[in-house]
Design a protein around this ligand. Structure first.
Ligand SMILES: O=P(O)(O)OC[C@H]1O[C@H](OP(=O)(O)OP(=O)(O)O)[C@H](O)[C@@H]1O
Ligand code: HPA
Length: 190
């Protein structure tokens, strides 16, 4: 089968599953409980900041597992202009709508890879004087870290392979897979 035909069927482009649908569900529930427990002890004014586009699937599931009043806002940053390699040059494409001054902000990501995106957004949001600033990611690739970032709520550690699904894309595709998989290297080379 030709690569083009393969890539038209998303399931066919996947060579290995890294996080199954069941593991996704368990992980999101665990993170929801941890976050609920952490903020529950304080008088919280919780704002979840989702980083577009990758976090939208995880964030939609996560908010339903957090048993606290909260608000949601989004930012869009871009770092992977050419596909699979981080340029290290993170740009703000769309900023928040809301002021975060004096609020408890939880940044939500689909993946921390080099750490460039998180470190940039943390620096930027700290300047806006939130009461607290924590970070949550569904996936973590510790082997790829270039910039050190402290992750407060971490889903699953994965190896150094290009992951797609559950919000993560390759060339804007595969975000709709309900699990996380590794893409066929032939497709990456196309
Ligand atoms: O730790 P890093 O090396 O910075 O990589 C992580 C970032 O890369 C991806 O975003 P991307 O720029 O691909 O945009 P997307 O969210 O729209 O997929 C991902 O969603 C994270 O935001
Ligand atoms: O493994 C990845 N997959 C998709 N997007 C990404 N952005 C950083 N790392 C990845």
């Amino acid at each position: 089968m030709k690569n083009r035909e393969k890539s038209e069927n998303v399931e066919n482009g996947i060579v290995k599953v890294l996080v199954t649908r069941e593991e996704v569900e368990k992980t999101v529930k665990r993170l929801g409980s941890e976050i609920t427990r952490y903020y529950d002890e304080k008088e919280t004014d919780l704002l979840l900041v989702g980083l577009l586009r990758g976090s939208f699937v995880f964030l939609a599931d996560l908010v339903r597992e957090i048993k606290l009043p909260l608000m949601v806002d989004f930012m869009s940053l871009s770092s992977y202009g050419d596909g699979t390699v981080s340029s290290g040059d993170v740009k703000v494409v769309m900023d928040l709508d809301t002021s975060i001054e004096g609020r408890d902000v939880l940044i939500v990501e689909d993946i921390v890879d080099t750490g460039n995106t998180f470190s940039k957004v943390i620096r930027m949001l700290k300047n806006r004087k939130p009461r607290s600033l924590k970070v949550c990611t569904f996936l973590n690739k510790p082997e790829c870290r270039i910039v050190d970032v402290k992750i407060d709520f971490c889903g699953v550690d994965i190896p150094n392979e290009f992951a797609v699904g559950y919000g993560l894309d390759y060339a804007q595709k595969y975000r709709n897979l309900p699990y996380v998989g590794v893409l066929d290297p032939e497709i990456l080379e196309e």
